[in-house]
Design a protein around this ligand. Structure first.
Ligand SMILES: *[C@@H]1O[C@H](CO)[C@@H](O)[C@H](O)[C@H]1NC(C)=O
Ligand SMILES: *[C@@H]1O[C@H](CO)[C@@H](O)[C@H](O)[C@H]1NC(C)=O
Length: 151
């Protein structure tokens, strides 16, 4: 990640931790894929999401349109399912992970994963505690907005 986006990201983390801002979220525009629970910030190049998943619960099925990075603030074990409902794998969501959109798949940056991650998936928190991450999408990458509208 370059210095500019890293700084933006770190700033978002600081903002996120301020109690006075803890309930700020934006309306989610029509057609936006729900890659997080609430939208905290959006501009032409960046979307920042708060993402929480109680134990035993699943996200909705969603498609990643852009490269994204997330920071697991409260790590957990997540189980990933593909579009047709098939269980793919589970993994420990912790630390910082970045994925780039490549065709129908997401390619991790800087690490090797023992499995392929399809761009369209849902995740279940199979840990004992709430999972919490902050996720940030780079809107300058991945699938173009025009194409997204057709989906
Ligand atoms: C993000 O989610 C966490 C965990 O549910 C919550 O405590 C926090 O207030 C949320 N922050 C924002 C900015 O929505
Ligand atoms: C959002 O999508 C719904 C369902 O497709 C549609 O009925 C509604 O008019 C859309 N709203 C806007 C503001 O585009």
């Amino acid at each position: 990640m370059n210095q500019f986006t890293l700084n933006q990201f770190l700033l978002s983390l600081v903002l996120l931790s301020l109690p006075s801002l803890s309930s700020i979220s934006l309306p989610i525009p029509n057609g936006t894929q729900l890659v997080g629970t609430s939208l905290l910030y959006e501009d032409a190049t960046l979307r920042v999401w708060n993402f929480t998943l109680p134990p035993g619960e699943s996200t909705s099925l969603h498609t990643h349109m852009h490269d994204y990075t997330f920071v697991a603030i409260k790590p957990s074990q997540l189980e990933v399912y593909e579009e047709n409902g098939e269980r793919l794998f589970d993994f420990r969501a912790e630390g910082v992970l970045k994925f780039e959109v490549e065709g129908d798949f997401l390619v991790p940056v800087g690490v090797e994963l023992p499995f392929d991650v399809p761009r369209t998936h849902r995740a279940v928190n199979i840990g004992e505690e709430e999972y919490w991450e902050m996720l940030w999408e780079d809107k300058t990458t991945g699938i173009k907005e025009e194409k997204r509208v057709e989906l």
